[in-house]
Design a protein around this ligand. Sequence first.
Ligand code: BGC
Length: 757
Amino acid sequence: MKKLNKSIFVFFIICSFTANAQSNKMNDFINNLMKKMTMEEKIGQLNLVTPGGTVTGAVVSKDVDDKIRKGQVGGLFGITGPDKIRRAQEIAVNNSRLHIPLLFGLDVIHGHRTIFPIPLGLSSSWDTAMIKKSARIAANEATADALNWVYSPMVDIARDPRWGRIAEGSGEDPFLGSQIAKVMVEGYQGNDLSKDTTVMACVKHFALYGAAEAGRDYNSVDMSKVKMYNEYLPPYKAAVDAGAGSIMTSFNTIDGIPATANKWLLTDLLRKQWGFKGLVVTDYTSISEMVNHGMGDDKKVAELALNAGVDMDMVSEDILKYAAQLVKEGKVSAKTIDDACRRILEAKYKLGLFDDPYRYCNDQRAKTELMSQVNLEEARKIAARSFVLLKNDNHVLPLKKSGTVALIGPLADSKRNMLGTWSVSGDPEKSITIMQGIKNVAGNDVNILYAKGANISDDTEFIKRVNVFGEEITVDKKSPEEMINEAVETANKADVVVAVLGEAADMTGESSSMTHIGLQESQENLLKALVKTGKPIVLVLMNGRPMTLTWEDAHVNGILDVWFGGTEAGNAVADVLFGNYNPSGKLTVTFPRNVGQIPIYYNHLNTGRPFHPGDSPKFKSDYLDASNDPLYSFGYGLSYTTFSYSNISLGNKTLHPNGKITASVTVTNAGTVAGKETVQLYIRDMVGSIARPVKELKGFQQITLAPGESKKVSFTISVSDLKFYNSDLKYVYEPGNFKVFIGTNNRDVKEADFKLE
Ligand code: BGC
């Protein structure tokens, strides 16, 4: 044992010696380079431009080639492929005075060419190893396409389904969000950024973007520090601790100051408290947008951003225009520019770009590694694991591999809508629709009938807004009545109806907030007509946000939420519909009954007047016209089998601050098919110096059980699971009573009590 400790010690000494030597080498290199740089050249490094490609705002950079030659560009985003990227890199390396290579970034959010489920879907798998694998594959493809920087993971906690960007994150919970943030960074960056298959991650959007008021995109955020520290900041911190190379500022204000000018956020918290050493990039034109926020003119906002701690300006070019003047006038110090420039050069150094600026430009890899068969197979598996079975009365699912299926709905055969938001490099033409997937999987004994039944929406103004990137909502030549009649006739000929309804891909994502989050009227009318046929109905829901589905839940027999599942979604949906994969996803965000309940999330505080069913309702915290309960709660998701849970057995009733206790349950597969279960552990701190949430996720484990099989699942609890930020923002634990809950979701749980001494 002693010998082992000694060799571990020696190993660590060698590692830290090597790391120091490497960092000294990097510092020497960058010091030498910076000595040769003029102030203008340093400022040039701080400029990130897009020649087109991904444009999410007003400005598209002009004269990009010329600017690269003049040393006025540090990085490019929005272009892909070894040819284009090599060409741009050659201008920087051959024609700029100091030959400094460029960074090449892109929004690789849920896969690059092979598209995986949208992040909200990925998170619903609760399978962190698999999520990491998806990021690894995305990094492989991105680097094969010559990129070295991805604008992901998006780790904004979001509890408002009106906000379209809820699709891009991992839902409402800080614990799960942190685990996913960490594995995404690890998946992208690996353990060596200079490898030609790893990319620099960019954690976004720092910070609190998911709490935009009223769910309206880019809106203000106002939040107590206690809530920030306990509930919203942990995933960013987890990504920083995992070594993320860069972080992107958010569009919103925090305490009245836009994140991009927020010195407390970018310097005091991020750099000083968290020790972040990487580079801070703004979001798209978020510097110049501060003029609209009322922070000053273009020059003033550049000054604010630099002094707050911004290193790189995405697209606004205000730093390029004004920084030199600001330094001359003493409003920004030369050291601030040096520090920002150094961080960008460090990123380039770590990516190995000074050794070989073309290390990511490999034509052979671009030919063989993009959308390879192996990647597509992974995408199919991953997609199936992201689906959440919300309802399954009388085992309407899985479907039999015989008989007649009426496949109905505007999303049943729509290649354009399979990939979901932020799939900028995905090719919708290569995506598998649900119709195609069912044909591939069902076998010859299944007769498939099809009718579109409705347009995704009939609202022409709305359609125009959704279709800005292409025709996601197609308007049929037939009238709504004709389409519904055809669908009803088709349903009448079948044994079961599979209705594929929901949102077009760009009804969620950036700038896609909605006040109505139910099905569009056209689809509601269709579903009502189908229900009237009396046939068993399975609703396959495609969506990027929690939707209000109270009517649907009460009237259809089965609901499978498949999000936007990516390139292989159609095959994966068919795998689940026909029972080749038993669904195992669990919601990572609460589904409200109606918009009026928002924000609604499981880990809320108690009130002084909590409402319990059966109570007299007057003067209780409730609604006159609706229940407090969500439609589907966090952690919820069914399987084709059922799992039964034993009571919790606690190793000890008392936890000593330096000790641990175990909480165990035995889980049994009580059904007739094998299944995967996510066993969830929640804790409640019964008395605190600040009010504590009614439940907080503190652990989860996934097990697979054959029919009749049982497994004991044990969690270890220590004080680190009980800590929180108190009103002095100290990270503390407080002695007292705690409840521990273990179950299949946050509501159906067994519970036990213990005491922390
Ligand atoms: C988005 C970011 C994205 C950037 C670059 C912005 O509008 O908010 O998430 O990374 O554009 O495309």
